[in-house]
Design a protein around this ligand. Structure first.
Ligand code: TGC
Ligand code: FAD
Length: 407
């Protein structure tokens, strides 16, 4: 990116960056996409160039979430793109959803997170496991950005092992009394509602919709992150919160409830990571042609070409994996284990590409003149949330051997 002067942002004067990103499609994968996919891709790419790229380094530097973008994300249809139009959602297919996540994460993983959580972890469980009344009450307002949601599964002592959670609900007349806490919750300090997973008196995991003004509920912000700095993260604390029984998600019991939502979100991340990788590759390719050392562009050195050739090879493999997963998802045939493989592979691929791209940029690569370090730091979170790199490896291991390493 290059400076193009100053402009007035939501928080004063910031330095605007020109976004010269161009997409990369080495295997003509565009030919596998339909007009709706290409239209969604181009419109989100344009929005990211106009609304995200000019401000993202500044917000990330200040570790502040550009909350004004929630409205814009709603307007471009980033919240629940593949949920039905009758609830105010996009009504598109799973490939369109993936491509939207790719383009958002090309801008910043934190911006993609804002959309992933809202669409896949808040709207999707309400759609999939909620009553018709809950769908009508919440989905249109979540789709248009009037309400912001968050998803509470992880606890301070139960991250990879959410089945061990201690947050609980107890019946009290026409209410449940909710106690416990959740940790590392994207969007929680700014959320109007939280989809919270808690154990009932029989120890069965249930989902409840908690509203921000319910007494005993608070969502303090977590500070000090070196990663996903433009995304707001917090806790959820429940002290005898009275939740009406009508806020229970009636149509699911057990850990498969939250894990089904995670499959939807992990799918989006498998696509999203390609966006971050493409941005790093695009910047590195351009830099290698413009930067000269020893009287020639550094792109003419074989070692730079090796890095670039390996980057585009890995991006192309990840694109094919995501596209095939998308076709399976459209047919309702994508398995959780297939989604785990794609999430794990594509996020790791993006992180490796960010590291190689940083080297190609030399010293400039560590500055915020270029998006590389921001993507690299973000991807450390993406490698861990929604199931860590190693948890997804063990899911694949279990799938191919039939032997469960977790029990
Ligand atoms: P296990 O006994 O294997 O499974 C319990 C039940 O769930 C079913 N199941 C799934 N269903 C749908 N999708 C999946 N991916 C599923 N995985 C499992 C399973 O069939 C079983 O069903 P049933 O009918 O027999 O009851 O459960 P386990 O306790 O042994 O755990 C397995 C393990 C380790 C794979 C699982 O706990 C896991 O995936 N852990 C990782 C936790 C995780 O991903 N946390 C993410 C928190 S949310 C987040 O990070 C959001 S960041 C968002 C952002 O900012 O973008
Ligand atoms: P741990 O589970 O303690 O894992 C630590 C290490 O041990 C990891 O390397 C892990 O792979 C390894 N490990 C654990 N178990 C095994 C095993 N059986 N075999 C081998 N290795 C193992 N959660 C939500 O519910 N909602 C959110 O919105 C959300 N947003 C997040 C945003 C950010 C910025 C971050 C950082 C996290 C977020 N999370 C959220 C939580 C995230 O899902 C967890 O951090 C993640 O699941 C890992 O849990 P943990 O951090 O407790 O690590």
């Amino acid at each position: 990116m290059q400076d193009t002067g100053n402009l007035s942002g939501a928080n004063g004067t910031i330095t605007a960056k020109e976004d010269r990103f161009q997409g990369h499609d080495y295997y003509n994968i565009d030919e596998l996409l339909n007009d709706d996919h290409l239209l969604a891709r181009d419109s989100v790419r344009t929005w990211v160039k106009q609304e995200v790229s000019p401000i993202i380094e500044d917000y990330s530097n200040r570790a502040e979430c550009p909350t004004h973008l929630f409205k814009g994300l709603a307007e471009i249809g980033a919240f629940g793109p593949s949920l039905p139009a009758e609830y105010g959602c996009g009504g598109m297919d799973e490939i369109a959803y993936g491509i939207i996540m790719q383009e958002l994460e090309r801008g910043d993983s934190g911006i993609r997170s804002m959309a992933s959580v809202q669409g896949s972890l808040v709207m999707y469980p309400i759609y999939k496991f909620g009553s018709e009344e809950q769908r009508r009450k919440y989905l249109p307002k979540l789709a248009n950005g009037e309400l912001i949601g968050c998803f509470g599964l992880t606890e301070p002592d139960h991250g990879s092992n959410p089945g061990g959670m201690i947050t609980n609900i107890k019946e009290d007349g026409d209410h449940y009394i909710l106690n416990g806490s959740k940790m590392w919750i994207t969007n929680s300090p700014v959320a109007d509602i939280a989809v919270v997973w808690a154990k009932d008196e029989e120890g069965v995991i249930r989902g409840v919709i908690v509203e921000k003004d319910m007494p005993g509920f608070s969502a303090p912000e977590i500070h000090g992150k070196w990663s996903l700095r433009a995304s707001i993260t917090g806790e959820l604390v429940f002290e005898d919160v009275r939740v009406p029984k009508s806020n229970l998600l009636p149509n699911v019991k057990g850990l498969k409830g939250p894990l089904t939502c995670l499959s939807k979100a992990r799918y989006g991340i498998a696509w999203g990571a390609i966006g971050a990788a493409m941005d790093c590759y695009d910047s590195a390719l351009r830099y290698s042609l413009e930067r000269e050392q020893f009287g020639k562009p550094i792109g003419q050195f074989q070692l730079t070409q090796k890095k670039l050739a390996e980057m585009i090879t890995e991006i192309t493999k990840a694109q094919l994996l995501a596209w095939r997963l998308g076709t399976l998802a459209n047919e309702g045939k994508a398995t959780p284990a297939q989604i785990s493989m794609a999430k794990r592979n594509n996020v790791h691929m993006a992180l490796e590409i960010a590291r190689e791209a940083r080297q190609i940029h030399g010293g400039m690569g560590i500055t915020n003149e270029y998006p590389i370090m921001r993507h690299m730091m973000n991807l450390e979170t993406v490698l861990t949330y929604e199931g860590t790199h190693d948890i997804h490896l063990l899911i694949t291991g279990m799938d191919v051997t039939g032997l469960n390493a977790f029990k």
